[in-house]
Ligand binder design. Structure first.
Ligand SMILES: Nc1ncnc2c1ncn2[C@@H]1O[C@H](COP(=O)(O)OP(=O)(O)OP(=O)(O)O)[C@@H](O)[C@H]1O
Ligand SMILES: [Mg+2]
Length: 218
Protein backbone atom coordinates (compact mmCIF):
# COMPACT_ATOMS: atom_id res chain seq x y z
CA UNK A 1 0.00 0.00 0.00
CA UNK A 2 1.30 3.43 -0.93
CA UNK A 3 1.42 5.85 2.01
CA UNK A 4 3.26 8.71 0.41
CA UNK A 5 3.60 9.93 -3.15
CA UNK A 6 5.54 12.87 -4.52
CA UNK A 7 4.74 13.95 -8.06
CA UNK A 8 7.12 16.16 -9.99
CA UNK A 9 8.21 18.23 -6.98
CA UNK A 10 10.33 21.29 -7.68
CA UNK A 11 11.32 23.97 -5.20
CA UNK A 12 12.85 27.29 -6.13
CA UNK A 13 13.92 29.63 -3.34
CA UNK A 14 13.70 33.16 -4.67
CA UNK A 15 15.15 36.03 -2.76
CA UNK A 16 15.72 39.60 -3.84
CA UNK A 17 18.80 39.04 -5.94
CA UNK A 18 19.22 35.27 -6.03
CA UNK A 19 17.10 32.35 -7.05
CA UNK A 20 18.05 28.80 -6.19
CA UNK A 21 16.52 25.55 -7.44
CA UNK A 22 16.69 23.27 -4.38
CA UNK A 23 14.58 20.45 -5.90
CA UNK A 24 14.02 19.57 -9.56
CA UNK A 25 11.15 17.33 -10.66
CA UNK A 26 11.37 14.82 -7.82
CA UNK A 27 9.03 11.85 -7.89
CA UNK A 28 8.79 9.23 -5.17
CA UNK A 29 6.39 6.56 -4.01
CA UNK A 30 6.73 5.13 -0.51
CA UNK A 31 5.04 1.91 0.52
CA UNK A 32 3.68 1.14 3.98
CA UNK A 33 6.46 0.04 6.30
CA UNK A 34 9.23 0.83 3.84
CA UNK A 35 12.56 2.04 5.24
CA UNK A 36 14.27 4.44 2.84
CA UNK A 37 17.73 5.93 3.21
CA UNK A 38 18.39 9.28 1.52
CA UNK A 39 21.98 10.21 0.79
CA UNK A 40 23.51 13.24 -0.84
CA UNK A 41 26.04 15.98 -0.31
CA UNK A 42 25.38 19.03 1.82
CA UNK A 43 23.04 21.34 -0.05
CA UNK A 44 21.69 18.56 -2.29
CA UNK A 45 18.12 19.24 -1.15
CA UNK A 46 17.48 16.51 1.43
CA UNK A 47 16.05 18.70 4.19
CA UNK A 48 14.06 20.66 1.61
CA UNK A 49 12.50 17.39 0.48
CA UNK A 50 11.47 16.47 4.04
CA UNK A 51 9.99 19.94 4.53
CA UNK A 52 7.85 19.48 1.41
CA UNK A 53 6.59 16.10 2.63
CA UNK A 54 5.72 17.52 6.05
CA UNK A 55 3.97 20.53 4.57
CA UNK A 56 6.32 22.83 6.50
CA UNK A 57 7.08 24.51 3.20
CA UNK A 58 5.24 24.38 -0.11
CA UNK A 59 6.69 23.20 -3.41
CA UNK A 60 6.97 25.63 -6.33
CA UNK A 61 5.61 22.87 -8.55
CA UNK A 62 4.24 19.38 -8.05
CA UNK A 63 2.15 17.59 -5.50
CA UNK A 64 2.48 15.64 -2.25
CA UNK A 65 -0.05 12.94 -1.39
CA UNK A 66 -0.19 11.50 2.12
CA UNK A 67 -2.34 8.38 2.25
CA UNK A 68 -4.01 9.66 -0.91
CA UNK A 69 -4.69 13.20 0.33
CA UNK A 70 -3.18 15.99 -1.73
CA UNK A 71 -1.85 18.27 1.01
CA UNK A 72 -1.96 21.31 -1.30
CA UNK A 73 -5.77 21.33 -1.25
CA UNK A 74 -5.85 21.60 2.56
CA UNK A 75 -5.94 24.91 4.37
CA UNK A 76 -3.17 25.66 6.88
CA UNK A 77 -5.14 24.31 9.84
CA UNK A 78 -6.04 21.00 8.17
CA UNK A 79 -2.49 20.60 6.87
CA UNK A 80 -1.11 21.08 10.39
CA UNK A 81 -3.51 18.48 11.74
CA UNK A 82 -2.65 15.99 8.98
CA UNK A 83 1.04 16.53 9.75
CA UNK A 84 0.47 15.82 13.44
CA UNK A 85 -1.63 12.74 12.71
CA UNK A 86 0.43 11.16 9.97
CA UNK A 87 4.02 12.34 10.28
CA UNK A 88 6.64 11.96 12.96
CA UNK A 89 9.85 13.98 12.94
CA UNK A 90 13.29 13.23 14.27
CA UNK A 91 16.01 15.88 14.03
CA UNK A 92 19.78 15.81 14.32
CA UNK A 93 19.73 18.16 17.34
CA UNK A 94 16.83 16.29 19.04
CA UNK A 95 14.78 19.50 19.45
CA UNK A 96 13.43 18.55 22.86
CA UNK A 97 12.15 21.53 24.82
CA UNK A 98 14.61 22.08 27.69
CA UNK A 99 12.02 23.38 30.18
CA UNK A 100 9.87 20.24 29.87
CA UNK A 101 10.58 16.77 31.22
CA UNK A 102 11.06 13.83 28.86
CA UNK A 103 7.49 12.72 29.48
CA UNK A 104 6.11 16.22 28.91
CA UNK A 105 8.11 16.53 25.70
CA UNK A 106 6.76 13.23 24.40
CA UNK A 107 3.18 14.12 25.32
CA UNK A 108 3.32 17.63 23.88
CA UNK A 109 2.22 16.76 20.29
CA UNK A 110 -0.12 13.98 21.44
CA UNK A 111 -3.63 14.22 19.98
CA UNK A 112 -5.30 11.53 22.06
CA UNK A 113 -4.41 10.56 25.63
CA UNK A 114 -2.84 7.09 25.64
CA UNK A 115 -0.72 6.68 28.74
CA UNK A 116 -0.31 2.93 28.28
CA UNK A 117 1.08 3.44 24.80
CA UNK A 118 3.57 6.06 26.03
CA UNK A 119 4.75 3.73 28.77
CA UNK A 120 5.20 1.00 26.16
CA UNK A 121 7.24 3.32 23.93
CA UNK A 122 9.47 4.38 26.82
CA UNK A 123 9.99 0.78 27.93
CA UNK A 124 10.93 -0.50 24.48
CA UNK A 125 13.25 2.45 23.99
CA UNK A 126 14.76 1.70 27.42
CA UNK A 127 14.18 5.17 28.80
CA UNK A 128 11.34 4.22 31.16
CA UNK A 129 13.12 5.57 34.20
CA UNK A 130 13.93 8.93 32.60
CA UNK A 131 10.39 10.20 32.18
CA UNK A 132 10.79 12.85 34.88
CA UNK A 133 14.29 13.87 33.80
CA UNK A 134 14.94 17.04 31.82
CA UNK A 135 16.61 16.75 28.40
CA UNK A 136 19.93 18.19 29.60
CA UNK A 137 20.11 15.39 32.17
CA UNK A 138 20.21 12.79 29.38
CA UNK A 139 22.96 11.53 27.07
CA UNK A 140 22.69 12.20 23.32
CA UNK A 141 21.48 8.65 22.63
CA UNK A 142 18.87 8.91 25.38
CA UNK A 143 17.67 12.25 24.02
CA UNK A 144 17.30 10.78 20.55
CA UNK A 145 15.41 7.80 21.96
CA UNK A 146 13.03 10.24 23.66
CA UNK A 147 12.67 12.01 20.32
CA UNK A 148 11.80 8.68 18.66
CA UNK A 149 9.05 8.19 21.26
CA UNK A 150 7.75 11.70 20.57
CA UNK A 151 7.77 11.00 16.80
CA UNK A 152 5.68 7.87 17.35
CA UNK A 153 3.19 9.33 19.80
CA UNK A 154 0.36 9.78 17.28
CA UNK A 155 0.94 6.49 15.41
CA UNK A 156 2.36 8.18 12.28
CA UNK A 157 2.26 6.60 8.83
CA UNK A 158 5.64 8.15 7.99
CA UNK A 159 8.64 9.05 10.13
CA UNK A 160 10.99 11.66 8.69
CA UNK A 161 14.44 11.53 10.26
CA UNK A 162 16.92 14.23 9.24
CA UNK A 163 20.43 13.02 10.11
CA UNK A 164 19.17 11.66 13.44
CA UNK A 165 22.54 10.21 14.37
CA UNK A 166 24.67 13.12 13.17
CA UNK A 167 25.58 14.08 16.74
CA UNK A 168 26.15 10.55 18.04
CA UNK A 169 29.18 8.25 18.17
CA UNK A 170 29.07 5.17 15.96
CA UNK A 171 28.11 2.74 18.73
CA UNK A 172 25.21 4.93 19.87
CA UNK A 173 24.27 5.47 16.22
CA UNK A 174 23.91 1.71 15.81
CA UNK A 175 21.66 1.47 18.88
CA UNK A 176 19.46 4.37 17.75
CA UNK A 177 19.11 3.11 14.15
CA UNK A 178 18.32 -0.42 15.33
CA UNK A 179 15.63 0.93 17.66
CA UNK A 180 14.21 3.20 14.96
CA UNK A 181 13.98 0.23 12.60
CA UNK A 182 12.42 -2.03 15.22
CA UNK A 183 9.88 0.60 16.26
CA UNK A 184 8.94 1.37 12.64
CA UNK A 185 8.43 -2.34 12.00
CA UNK A 186 6.42 -2.87 15.17
CA UNK A 187 4.11 0.10 14.54
CA UNK A 188 4.08 -0.28 10.72
CA UNK A 189 5.46 3.17 10.00
CA UNK A 190 7.48 4.00 6.90
CA UNK A 191 10.78 5.78 7.49
CA UNK A 192 12.67 8.28 5.37
CA UNK A 193 16.12 8.50 6.89
CA UNK A 194 18.45 11.26 5.70
CA UNK A 195 22.02 10.37 6.48
CA UNK A 196 25.61 11.02 5.45
CA UNK A 197 26.63 7.58 6.60
CA UNK A 198 26.98 5.18 3.67
CA UNK A 199 27.12 2.30 6.16
CA UNK A 200 23.43 2.80 6.95
CA UNK A 201 22.48 1.97 3.36
CA UNK A 202 22.44 -1.72 4.22
CA UNK A 203 19.78 -1.04 6.85
CA UNK A 204 17.38 0.33 4.27
CA UNK A 205 14.91 -1.39 1.95
CA UNK A 206 15.82 1.22 -0.65
CA UNK A 207 18.37 4.01 -1.03
CA UNK A 208 17.79 7.28 -2.80
CA UNK A 209 20.73 9.40 -3.84
CA UNK A 210 20.34 13.12 -4.29
CA UNK A 211 22.49 15.45 -6.32
CA UNK A 212 21.68 19.11 -6.96
CA UNK A 213 18.02 18.63 -6.11
CA UNK A 214 17.52 15.58 -8.28
CA UNK A 215 17.23 11.89 -7.53
CA UNK A 216 20.08 10.26 -9.43
CA UNK A 217 19.02 6.65 -8.98
CA UNK A 218 15.68 4.88 -9.26
N1 LIG B 1 14.85 28.82 3.36
C1 LIG B 1 15.73 28.81 2.36
N2 LIG B 1 15.93 29.91 1.60
C2 LIG B 1 16.79 29.92 0.58
N3 LIG B 1 17.52 28.86 0.21
C3 LIG B 1 17.38 27.73 0.93
C4 LIG B 1 16.48 27.64 2.03
N4 LIG B 1 16.55 26.38 2.55
C5 LIG B 1 17.45 25.73 1.79
N5 LIG B 1 17.94 26.52 0.82
C6 LIG B 1 18.91 26.13 -0.21
O1 LIG B 1 18.47 24.94 -0.83
C7 LIG B 1 19.54 24.05 -1.07
C8 LIG B 1 19.23 22.71 -0.43
O2 LIG B 1 19.26 22.87 0.99
P1 LIG B 1 18.93 21.68 1.99
O3 LIG B 1 18.91 22.24 3.35
O4 LIG B 1 17.74 20.97 1.50
O5 LIG B 1 20.22 20.74 1.79
P2 LIG B 1 20.60 19.38 2.51
O6 LIG B 1 20.75 18.35 1.44
O7 LIG B 1 19.65 19.10 3.61
O8 LIG B 1 22.05 19.72 3.10
P3 LIG B 1 22.75 19.26 4.47
O9 LIG B 1 23.28 17.86 4.23
O10 LIG B 1 23.86 20.25 4.64
O11 LIG B 1 21.74 19.34 5.57
C9 LIG B 1 20.80 24.72 -0.52
O12 LIG B 1 21.53 25.23 -1.59
C10 LIG B 1 20.28 25.82 0.38
O13 LIG B 1 21.10 26.94 0.33
MG1 LIG C 1 19.80 19.00 5.66
Amino acid sequence: MEVLRLENISKVYSQKTVSLQALSHVGLSVQKGEFIAVLGRSGAGKTTLLNMIAGIDVPSEGEVFIEGTNIAVLDEKKRTLLRREKIGFIFQAYELLPALTVLENIKLPQLKKEDGYIKELLDILEIGKYGKFYPDQLSGGQKQRAAIARALVNHPAVILADEPTGNLDSKTERIVIDLLKAMAKRYKASVILVTHNEKLVKDADRTIRFEDGEIING
